[in-house]
Design a binder for this molecule. Structure first.
Ligand code: SAM
Length: 227
């Protein structure tokens, strides 16, 4: 799968995409990530990407023209299997189900807003989806874009070494993942639950399911109420 990220801070992604699972997936050719500098689609000396909002108000907005032109030059003819996503605090909430939907695409293009946001014509006439990573406001769409790429990439076949690991994780069965421990079996007097040391796989499976239910009820009762 190919990811495109449109940003005014291309260097921002040096860290997030150059470690661990994502880096290995890139090396194996399972995913490709192209970072595009929005300022490459400006024509003035100052490479201006922003302007004041109509009607007044604080701050600046990213202009529509460079964003439309960059997307149209990345995909001169958009095909099925390609989606444009605008990262926005006003968007629909990103979750594991949406990540799974995106993982079936051929290409995903993520637009990172900055300043006070983005000219609304991008949401209305260019983006397929407007997506928020949570109910809080960040300074830009770069962290959200990294969150979306990371979450989607780990659902692509072959990206996680063990094919089962994504299936057993939080949100996949309407539950959070169960709590887990590693060695030593006792640390500062806190012991690992006996059943996990016993080696009875059926008992462990049942204990983990119950522990996942209990943790979900405690931290995210909303997940249990969904059908
Ligand atoms: N004025 C906007 C509002 O109140 O909805 C916030 C703009 S924010 C300072 C600048 C950019 O950060 C946004 O255009 C968006 O790309 C990104 N951003 C901020 N919070 C986000 C969130 N929760 N999810 C996704 N993107 C977000």
């Amino acid at each position: 799968m190919k990811f495109h990220v449109l940003t005014i801070f291309p260097d921002f992604f040096r860290g997030p995409f150059e470690h661990g699972v994502i880096q290995r997936a890139r090396e194996k050719g399972l995913i490709e990530i192209q970072i595009h500098d929005l300022r490459d689609w400006t024509y003035d000396r100052h490479r201006t990407v922003d302007d004041r909002p109509f009607g007044g108000g604080e701050g600046m907005l990213l202009k529509a023209a460079p964003i439309f032109e960059s997307v149209e030059s990345i995909w001169p003819a958009k095909r099925a299997g390609q989606k444009v996503v605008l990262l926005s605090a006003q968007g629909r909430k990103f979750d594991q189900a949406l990540a799974r939907e995106y993982s079936k695409l051929d290409e995903l293009l993520l637009i990172c807003g900055r300043y006070e946001g983005v000219d609304e014509r991008v949401a209305q006439h260019l983006a397929d989806d407007e997506v928020s990573i949570g109910d809080y406001v960040l300074s830009g769409g770069e962290l959200p874009a990294a969150v979306v790429v990371d979450t989607v990439a780990r659902l692509i076949d072959g990206v996680l070494g063990n094919e089962m690991s994504a299936v057993a994780e939080s949100f996949e069965n309407g539950l959070l993942d169960c709590p887990q421990w590693t060695r030593p079996a006792e640390f500062r007097g806190w012991k690992v639950p006996e059943v996990l040391i016993g080696g009875n796989h059926e008992q462990i499976r049942r204990w983990r399911l119950e522990a996942a239910r209990e943790k979900t009820a405690r931290h995210r009762p909303d997940l249990l109420k969904r059908d």
